[in-house]
Design a protein around this ligand. Structure first.
Ligand code: ZN
Length: 65
């Protein structure tokens, strides 16, 4: 495979050509934006929903039988 035309990487934030110094972004600003998204995404990720049926209440339920 000799594909001579390798498309320049694009900044995932603004789609501008990536600058080597800031790859994979085009500038420090975009790098900061991406970093901010990561932090926000971290907060947005919900924890595992707790299913009440999964709680270890086996003793009580055994009383109901
Ligand atoms: Zn950018």
């Amino acid at each position: 495979m000799t594909n001579a035309t390798i498309p320049a990487s694009r900044c995932p934030i603004c789609k501008k050509p990536v600058q080597h110094d800031f790859r994979p972004f085009c500038s420090k600003r975009c790098a900061d934006i991406d970093l901010g998204r990561w932090f926000k995404g971290d907060y947005a990720i919900p924890g595992d929903p707790v299913d009440p049926a999964d709680l270890p209440d086996a003793d009580d339920s055994s009383d109901n039988r």
